[in-house]
Ligand binder design. Structure first.
Ligand code: HEM
Length: 172
């Protein structure tokens, strides 16, 4: 199925446009999207870092988790939108390199789980602003989730960087 999707993408006008390196304006698209992608990574990792450190007991600010997460969520969703668009541009430009790459697939699976945890954080504090800070049991659950979330996001960054190398190794 991924091979079919990849073959289909390679027939599209959008692929021809993004993959066209003969003209400066199209040649710039990929390096520009890679640069913006990395800036998006910096924003997401900072915001996610602030939330998880707070749940790990490293109080970065005097704010409650509900206040802190309310401030950072727009940055997370904004940067995720940028990462999705720039990632999609790079995927349309080189569909086989990405879609047929196990590291890319692992990255997307880790991303779905990490985003689900972030949504859970907010869903609970919307119902009860003190949810993650209310009791010892909740704090233990928050600590476990924050540890998992941090490992997942670091895994996403590592997988994102490794795509280029694993792809090259498979071609050997
Ligand atoms: C939202 C969906 C996302 C998509 C579709 C996506 C897609 C991609 C693609 C296609 C590449 C280029 C890989 C290559 O060919 O070398 C890439 C690179 C990368 N991605 Fe993502 N990505 C997404 C989200 C993220 C997130 C959330 C992070 C981390 C928080 C991330 C971190 C990275 C990193 C570190 C690289 C390597 C950049 C480089 O060194 O050039 N990506 N991503």
């Amino acid at each position: 199925m991924m091979q079919e999707l990849s073959d289909w993408l390679e027939q599209t006008a959008l692929h021809a446009f993004f993959a066209d390196t003969t003209r400066l304006e199209t040649w710039l698209i990929i390096p520009l999207s890679q640069t913006i992608h990395i800036l998006g990574v910096a924003v997401v990792m900072t915001a996610i870092g602030m939330l998880n450190l707070q749940l790990l007991g490293v109080r970065v600010t005097k704010q409650s988790f509900a206040e802190l997460s309310a401030g950072w969520m727009p940055w997370i969703w904004g940067a995720m939108a940028v990462l999705f668009v720039t990632g999609a541009v790079q995927t349309i430009a080189e569909p086989t390199r990405e879609l047929m790459n196990d590291t890319f697939r692992i990255k997307i699976v880790l991303l779905v789980i990490a985003v689900a945890i972030t949504i859970l954080y907010r869903a609970q504090v919307r119902k009860d602003p003190q949810y993650w800070e209310r009791s010892g049991e909740r704090r233990t659950a928050a600590f476990a989730l924050a540890s998992l979330s941090l490992v997942l996001w670091l895994g996403i960054v590592a997988a994102g960087r490794l795509i280029a190398y694993v792809g090259a190794i498979e071609e050997l």
